[in-house]
Design a protein around this ligand. Structure first.
Ligand SMILES: C[S@@+](CC[C@H](N)C(=O)[O-])C[C@H]1O[C@@H](n2cnc3c(N)ncnc32)[C@H](O)[C@@H]1O
Length: 449
């Protein structure tokens, strides 16, 4: 089932192909042969191709690993047959032969498309299987994430031309504006997340609050929060030492006092903050990396003060059921690998975790539509002469990231990926007590009835 080709439906499809392909191939080839004896060698080869296609279909259905080689061999045979037939037709130039040659060409085209579709599906299924084995073996992803960002942060800062390492926000519904400037859109993302997280009850911007940005990158969002809350202390945590150095240097360049605004090394799984010490906890496009999403929510609930606010945006996969199919799993596995992500979950799962750790006022929203234009904008901005130059100068990591963009685009287009946001607050002990009392009263009433 994992390979996606051994289901009953696949077997039936495979059988139908086994019946159809040699039949069509043989008819075309026979037609050619009848019309002109000189075609027999091409026709025989075409028949052979049809037969081996049948064999390969059979192999695919049974998950044979030689399928890729088989497909390549058939493609070569088919191309060679076509070349021979074409040269015969060109020599003879009789109309009947031309029609039959066109039929043969069409058949070969269909054959090649079918082969490439089967091969693609097979390749994806194999990749997913290998990726799931790799994930089981991965003991701890944190050192890899730290290294991933240590190596790439400087490059991205140069290539992206900004300290924001997150999607842009292009609007929702009738406000969607795919032509919005990328930098404006990235800034709008932070504004929108803050607005969403404080929509239920505004926060006093002039108050002296304790704010934490979990997974802060090189501190783009730390500095945004520091500007929005000029009297508050803002701390950002990241796994990457290089990001801490660079972020603190950018804070100094921006004239921010290091006793008020600071980046430190820290893990979202065990945050370096006291219980009940944070007024606002923010996490923008980092939670997809975390190996244990529930543990993250536990930490959020631990460090927040009663009435403290929590807002996050994270890459999620679509809600299940229906179960993720081979294509979904393939796209996700590619993204996990290219962006060093432990795994994604559905937004609903984050919501359940938030309720489980006793956060309240939990609200979620899908912003996939608002971020969809982002990756195309990144490609367009990278397609300039300087962008290409920079890509070549940086080399493999930059090229790999650029190539991985196609999986993000496909993921959002298919609906595999969801850009999820969540906001909640930590209730006071009195609020929780009141809830417990109400529940006890309700249970009593129900059992009395
Ligand atoms: C895509 S960047 C987002 C940066 C930033 N929030 C922004 O919007 O510019 C992801 C960040 O998450 C951090 N991260 C990943 N796993 C983490 C963990 N377990 N604890 C703390 N930070 C983590 C990475 O170090 C990186 O800084």
């Amino acid at each position: 089932e994992a390979s996606g080709v051994t289901t009953k439906r696949e077997r039936e499809r495979g059988r139908a192909m086994l019946a159809f392909v040699p039949c069509a191939g043989a008819t075309a080839a026979r037609g050619c042969a009848r019309k002109s004896g000189a075609w027999s060698s091409g026709a025989t080869r075409l028949r052979c191709a049809a037969k081996s296609h049948g064999d390969v279909t059979h192999s695919v259905v049974h998950g044979s690993k030689r399928v890729a080689a088989g497909c390549a061999a058939i493609a070569v045979t088919a191309a060679d047959s076509l070349r021979r037939i074409a040269s015969e037709v060109l020599t003879r130039r009789d109309p009947g032969s031309m029609v039959l040659a066109a039929v043969a060409a069409l058949y070969a085209l269909v054959l090649m498309l079918a082969i490439s579709a089967i091969a693609k599906r097979f390749r994806r299924a194999q990749f997913v299987e290998r990726a799931s084995k790799r994930r089981e073996l991965a003991e701890s992803i944190n050192p890899k994430i730290a290294q991933f960002y240590d190596v790439r942060s400087d490059l991205w800062e140069k290539a992206w031309g900004s300290d924001d390492m997150h999607h842009g926000f292009y609007g929702l519904g009738k406000d969607l504006n795919p032509r919005k400037d990328r930098f404006v859109a990235q800034h709008d993302m932070m504004k929108q997340l803050l607005e969403y997280g404080t929509a239920e009850a505004a926060l006093n911007r002039e108050a002296s609050l304790t704010i934490v940005d979990v997974g802060c990158g090189i501190g783009g969002s730390v500095r945004f929060l520091a500007r929005e809350f000029p009297n508050s202390s803002v701390k950002g945590i990241t796994l990457s030492t290089r990001q801490v150095e660079r972020g603190n240097a950018l804070n100094a360049d921006a004239g921010l006092d290091s006793s008020r605004v600071k980046l430190l090394r820290g893990d979202a799984m065990s945050m370096p903050f006291e219980d009940n010490s944070v007024d606002l906890l923010w996490s923008l496009e980092s939670a997809e990396h975390y190996p244990d999403k529930l543990q993250f929510l536990r930490e959020v609930s631990r460090v927040l003060k009663p009435n403290g606010r929590f807002m996050m945006a994270a890459w999620c996969h679509r809600a299940c059921p229906p179960k993720l199919d081979t294509n979904d799993l393939y796209i996700l596995s590619k993204i996990y690998k290219k962006y060093c992500i432990s795994h994604m979950c559905a937004l609903e799962e984050f919501e359940n975790h938030a309720l489980r750790v006793k956060l309240r006022g939990v609200r979620t929203q899908d912003w996939s539509q608002a971020v969809r234009p982002f990756w195309r904008a990144v490609l367009v901005s990278a397609a300039t002469a300087t962008g290409v130059q920079e890509l070549l100068r940086i080399g493999r990591p930059a090229i790999e990231s650029a190539l991985a963009v196609r999986h993000m685009i496909e993921g959002f287009r298919r609906g595999t990926l969801v850009f999820g946001v969540l906001a909640a607050f930590k209730p006071t002990p009195q609020q929780l007590q009141l809830e417990d009392d109400r529940l006890a009263e309700l249970t009593c009433r129900t059992s009395a009835q």
